[in-house]
Ligand binder design. Structure first.
Ligand code: FES
Length: 497
């Protein structure tokens, strides 16, 4: 019998580099009964953007965060603040029409501008830097696609030029350049937004995982220790933990690997970069509490459907070391986001007639900083009765290609616990029961049910993050079964071997 997953010896701390450089927040947990006009579930960029916009308009807001402000999907993002999302405008014009492409550009430009304005207005120190964004190819045959994208971007009013090569230490065969884009530390930005929300009277609760959202006087949102009644509920949990129209089936969960290396001189990178070739690579500078970093990201893969996530890290590091001037590996992490069939997010009222006041946002296609800000603005502005021009494009209930979403299968089935090496995990079947088994480095076994608490799919072992990842809708559980990422709201059930 072969061992299903292999143990990787990865250096670097298994966490996002942004968290080390960001302030910690310590908001209380929800307890007792509360009321607000709007309750927002999730203190990432979408939820906090909506919250601040509503607070600025004098509205009453409560934000409920299951863990800590800004440290989940927002805090694991690449944190590029840009309207350049690879080769998208040519695609949107061709498939959805010029007006749709214009709306997408307007939304993301508004998101970019909002972040820059708020960072200044609220004095948020988040390592914000204005830089050009490059989308590059190393394949001369793709130069025409770069030129076509520049042309499409200009058609929707964005400043874009084609250059013969990207300013990178390896050869490229052409690049698209958008000037005046930006990058930052997204955790510190979220912390700053939370502080601004609180100053304007908004209430924020951390370690307050929502366990149910029901119809009450309008909406009643429950945590284990408290409840909130509100006219409006905004589910801003990356994948919605509840939605009247099933957002999980309208999307596909995708993850990617990210690594941050020590860098002696960050000034040699005058922009941030996205490779449009396959496999794609993303590159940007950053910093943590010890100094400058160079971040590289690998291509997306379907969450829970990859047998060797650790191998993806090793492959990414091997490429990075061959092409970039890197010091020691400092940080590495996986992040997850949801793709949509038409590459446009879902944000807004889920079901205006039957579920008034129920708002959702998801499906940012890995461009959640500008798109997430635009989504938060959209939801807040709809509540304020002044919806933006991109509301129709982002309609969460729009028709979609049902074949886009694929329920995957666990990639971690083993016949016996003897097939699981120290540090690895596997799923064994005992009678009718599927058990997720993690063998720690000392050889001790830790077991939980392998049945995802969202809709019952069997989880897969992520041998890099040491998590149980669901191949159906992207829920992620820690090795002890606790929820890291929804749509699941409850832990994997405890079980003994
Ligand atoms: Fe839906 Fe696991 S996330 S079944």
């Amino acid at each position: 019998m072969t061992i299903v997953t292999k143990t990787a010896s990865l250096d670097g701390k298994n966490a996002s580099c942004w968290t080390a450089a960001a302030e910690h927040t310590r908001y209380l947990s929800l307890a007792g009964t509360h009321k607000a006009e709007t309750v927002i579930v999730g203190a990432g960029i979408v939820g906090l953007t909506a919250a601040l916009r509503l607070c600025e308009a004098g509205r009453s807001v409560i934000v409920l965060e299951a863990l800590r402000v800004g440290r989940q999907v927002t805090g694991r993002s690449t944190a590029k603040i840009t309207t350049q999302h690879g080769l998208i405008y040519h695609y949107l014009i061709r498939n959805l029409g010029r007006l749709a492409a214009q709306s997408y550009a307007d939304a993301n430009r508004a998101g970019l501008d909002r972040i820059l304005d708020w960072a200044i207005a609220h004095g948020i120190e988040c390592d914000l830097e204005i830089k050009p964004a490059y989308a590059y190819t190393t394949n001369a045959a793709r130069y025409g696609e770069i030129a076509a994208e520049a042309n499409a971007a200009r058609q929707v009013g964005l400043e874009a030029e084609v250059v013969d090569r990207a300013p990178l230490p390896f050869d490229t065969a052409g690049a698209l350049r958008f000037p005046d884009q930006a990058q930052f530390n997204p955790v510190q930005y979220a912390v700053g937004l939370a502080r601004a929300v609180e100053k304007l009277g908004g209430r924020i609760f951390e370690m307050s995982r929502v366990v149910s959202i029901d119809e009450g006087n309008r909406w009643r949102v429950l945590t284990d220790a408290g409840k909130t009644d509100a006219e409006n509920v905004v589910v801003a949990t990356n994948m919605t933990i509840k939605s009247p129209i099933g957002m999980a089936n309208r999307t596909q969960p995708r993850s990617h690997t990210a690594m941050a290396f020590r860098l002696s001189d960050s000034t040699q990178f005058e922009g941030f970069f996205l490779g449009v070739d396959d496999p794609t690579r993303s590159i940007r500078t950053g910093r943590d509490d010890k100094g400058p970093l160079l971040l590289v990201l690998g291509p997306k893969f379907n969450t829970g459907q990859e047998t060797d996530v650790a191998g993806r890290f090793l492959e990414l590091e091997s490429w990075a070391r061959a092409n970039l001037p890197l010091g020691d590996l400092a940080w590495r992490w996986c992040n997850e986001d949801y793709d949509t069939p038409d590459r446009v997010p879902y944000a807004g009222l889920a079901e205006p007639d039957k579920s008034p006041g129920f708002y959702v946002a998801t499906g940012f296609n890995a461009w959640g900083i500008s798109n997430g800000t635009a989504a938060g603005m959209l939801i807040a502005d709809r509540i304020l009765g002044r919806p933006p021009s991109w509301e129709k494009l982002y309609d969460p209930a729009r028709p979609y290609d049902e074949k886009f979403h694929i329920n995957g299968e666990s990639r971690s089935m083993v016949e016996s616990v003897d097939d699981i090496a120290p540090g690895d995990g596997g799923v064994v079947v005992r009678a009718e029961e599927k058990i997720a088994v993690w063998r720690d480095i000392s050889g001790q076994l830790h077991t939980v049910s392998a049945v995802c608490t969202h809709k019952g799919c069997t989880v897969s072992w992520n041998n890099a993050d040491r998590t149980w990842d669901c191949p159906c809708h992207g829920s992620i559980f820690a090795a002890d079964g606790s929820v890291v990422h929804g749509p699941a709201r409850t832990p994997l059930h405890p079980v003994d071997l």
